[in-house]
Design a binder for this molecule. Structure first.
Ligand code: FNR
Length: 362
């Protein structure tokens, strides 16, 4: 049957993938309250569309950190994409490039920064996890620079891995025929089976729990690439991120996979935007599945959004064609939302085009 929206890929992926892999992609932490909330919160925002505006031309193009892209819809880093499809991150990179948008490659990709760069042209960001061994980090950042990546998305919400119970039950581990390719040849390129989630054990062994704001400064001493701080959900941390020299902020709760019972990102967005005071762009990820969601995020002040699970699910279902289709469907829906709201360009999208449940009566 014809696929008509992004969410439909999840069921197809579930039917195709081994249970351990599907569960890893789909799960959130603990009660998965935040996982549901990331979606549900969008339904607490309604439109105040404007009528009788000439919408025969709609311009969705935008600029992110100085790079022109075709739409404010980008790809979030998701680990281990070759579990979904043999072409994994290559397929995602090609689909992003074809859509004229940005792909963020995970530190834990099953393809290396060099391999992804060799798929062809495209604007790409590199997501960084900070290992205890800082030589590993410095080398990896240098390789990402050389491979032409344009920014570092520093993930700051993962000093330890969130408790994802499906991964514990399944004893989740990277299948032995795959490697965390950015670390190939090092003992940290493989993941040992353990009597916990193999990934949780890996993180406990390798990732630096002591990471702090001074390390954001340190990172700036080893690279000239702009740094996006990924995982901010409060005004306090937004101010600190700006002070620490971040080039941008990604409002993210890691797809609800880290601390459960944090608010939906769309509900945290506005306070972060206000705290950033326009000094740096603010982006959002978490639960974006519709063009209307993209519009709502922009109306609340986001400069763009990133999608995570829709990429791995569509990759599992149809490879590169699936990821292309996801990007195209979101693009089409977003364009239609703009037209039906009376907005011809992104700068015409305002706070007055929406009303939230938490607004006072007008
Ligand atoms: C992630 N996410 C993530 N984030 C990150 O910084 N590094 C990573 O390696 C990963 N890996 C990863 C794997 C999978 C399977 C998922 C679902 C998520 C989080 C990701 O970048 C993003 O924050 C969320 O996926 C956004 O939420 P949605 O779009 O999945 O609802």
């Amino acid at each position: 049957m014809e696929i008509t929206n992004v969410s439909e890929y999840e069921a197809i992926a579930k039917a195709k993938l081994p249970k351990m892999v599907y569960d890893y992609y789909a799960s959130g932490a603990e009660d998965q309250w935040t996982l549901q909330e990331n979606r549900n919160a969008f339904s607490r925002i309604l439109f105040r569309p404007r009528i009788l505006i000439d919408v025969s031309k709609i311009d969705m193009a935008t600029t992110v950190l100085g790079f022109k892209i075709s739409m404010p819809i980008m790809i979030a880093p998701t680990a281990m994409q070759k579990m979904a499809h043999p072409e994994g991150e290559y397929a995602t990179a090609r689909a992003a490039s074809a859509a004229g948008t940005i792909m963020t490659l995970s530190s834990w990709a099953t393809s290396s920064v060099e391999e992804v760069a060799s798929t062809g042209p495209g604007i790409r960001f590199f997501q960084l996890y900070v290992y205890k061994d800082r030589n590993v980090v410095a080398q990896l950042v240098r390789r990402a620079e050389r491979a032409g990546f344009k920014a570092i998305a520093l993930t700051v919400d993962t000093p330890r891995l969130g408790r994802r119970e499906a991964d514990i039950k399944n004893r989740f581990v990277l299948p032995p025929f795959l490697t965390l390719k950015n670390f190939e040849g090092l003992d940290i390129g493989k993941m040992d089976k353990s009597d916990d989630s193999g990934l949780a054990s890996y993180v406990a062994g390798q990732i630096d729990r002591s990471l702090s704001w001074k390390d954001v400064k340190w990172l700036q001493t080893i690279t000239n690439l702009p740094i996006l701080v990924k995982g901010v959900i409060t005004a306090e941390d937004a101010r600190l991120a700006v002070q620490a020299g971040a080039a941008g902020i990604i409002v993210s709760n890691h797809g609800a996979r880290q601390l459960d019972y944090v608010p939906a990102t769309i509900m945290a967005l506005e306070e972060v935007v206000k705290a950033a005071q326009g000094r740096v762009p603010v982006f959002l990820d978490g639960g974006v599945r519709r063009g209307t969601d993209v519009f709502k995020a922009l109306a609340l002040g986001a400069s763009g959004i990133f999608i995570g699970r829709p990429v791995v699910f569509s990759l599992a279902a149809e490879g590169e064609a699936g990821v292309r289709k996801v990007l195209q469907m979101l693009r089409d829906e977003f364009e239609l939302t703009m037209a039906l709201s009376g907005c011809r360009s992104l700068k015409e999208i305002t706070r007055d085009h929406i009303v939230t449940e938490w607004d006072r009566p007008r």
